[in-house]
Write a protein that binds this ligand. Structure first.
Ligand code: NAP
Length: 281
């Protein structure tokens, strides 16, 4: 029976697909564009299917015969279509749903946070065996620096002391895989983080060590960062980053969930930098 992975071409989805395939499972990967390079790069044994949360009816073929599914909170699933997508999954016979999203109780006024929360409520109100994954900051967010590291061995960013328990996508995927494959995770909320908090300057140093080059950190004021990020991130996300930056330890908390669920201590940022060295060369 196929396991449906939505967001299969994304950061966590790609890692999850690889882990499920390596464990011998039949994986069905959802993408809006099966002809894209990201979809074509999925392992050859993966069944790639087209579907778009913005058009819930397009998911009917992807859901056929599926009892376990990974749902990434993106696009239309974060809007009114979220309820339709969850209802469709239930009607199609899905029993177990692992939901990768976000939850920040401190941000009641933020529309993106509100839509994450409403999807959460829809899932919890369903008949599905659900597990939420609300990770800490992804180590992969530092890929935003890749172009300037490749071009000039510099990182231009605010908050050099920002301290965050950056989590490897493979560890988030390992928690998702356990929740999909093993019993005992229904009704649980996991918050995977990395095994220790890493300051931005140390993250830059770790990437430098992984590629064998010294990288210069150029600290930006919040206004300079806003100008630098315009056109890269939506304004609401920029506001959010800058607000978080006021307290450098907001994301420093280390969760016990990766070791508790996977039995492994969690990959340190130095390991992530090593795994992604090619992205920064
Ligand atoms: N970055 C962080 O630090 C962080 C921290 C905590 C939580 N999160 C949460 O993690 C999730 C993002 O995970 P990620 O980074 O692995 O994703 P990602 O790399 O941004 O990839 C997004 C995936 O979603 C799919 N997608 C986008 N819109 C879609 C639509 N309308 N219908 C169907 N599929 C759609 C894309 O597939 P195609 O393009 O192939 O269709 C792609 O595979 C979000 O819910 C975010 O809130 C992120």
């Amino acid at each position: 029976m196929p396991i449906l992975v939505t967001g299969a071409t994304g950061t966590v989805g790609r890692a999850l697909v690889r882990q499920l395939v390596a464990a011998g499972h039949h994986v069905r990967a959802l993408t809006r564009d099966p002809a894209s390079a990201a979809a074509r790069a999925l392992p050859s044994s993966v069944e790639v299917v087209a579907g778009d949360f913005d058009d819930p009816a397009s998911l009917v073929p992807a859901l056929r015969g599926v009892t376990r599914m990974h749902l990434v909170a993106m696009g239309g699933v974060l809007g009114p279509a979220g309820a339709d997508v969850v209802a469709l999954a239930e009607e199609s016979g899905v029993r177990r749903l692992v939901h990768l999203g976000h939850d920040d109780a401190s941000r009641d006024d933020d529309p993106l946070e509100t839509s994450h929360r409403s999807l959460r409520r829809v899932i919890e109100g369903s008949s599905l065996e659900w597990t939420h994954l609300f990770p800490g900051e992804f180590a992969a967010n530092t890929l935003d620096w890749a172009a300037s590291i490749r071009a000039s061995h510099t990182v231009r960013a605010p908050f050099p002391d920002w301290n965050s328990a950056l989590v490897h996508e493979a560890d988030i995927a390992a928690v998702a895989a356990a929740a999909l494959l093993d019993d005992g995770h229904a009704g649980r909320v996991y918050m995977p983080t990395g095994p220790s908090a890493v300051r931005r300057t140390d993250a830059v140093r770790a990437i430098g060590a992984a590629i064998g080059r010294e990288i210069t950190f150029v600290p930006l004021s919040p206004d300079e960062a806003r100008a630098e990020w315009a056109g890269v991130h939506p304004p609401i996300v920029i506001d959010w980053f800058l607000e978080m930056g006021r307290n450098p330890d907001t994301n420093a908390w280390v969760s016990p969930d990766v070791p508790a669920v996977t039995g492994n201590p969690g990959r340190p940022f130095t390991g992530w930098a090593h795994d992604h060295a090619a992205d920064f060369h």
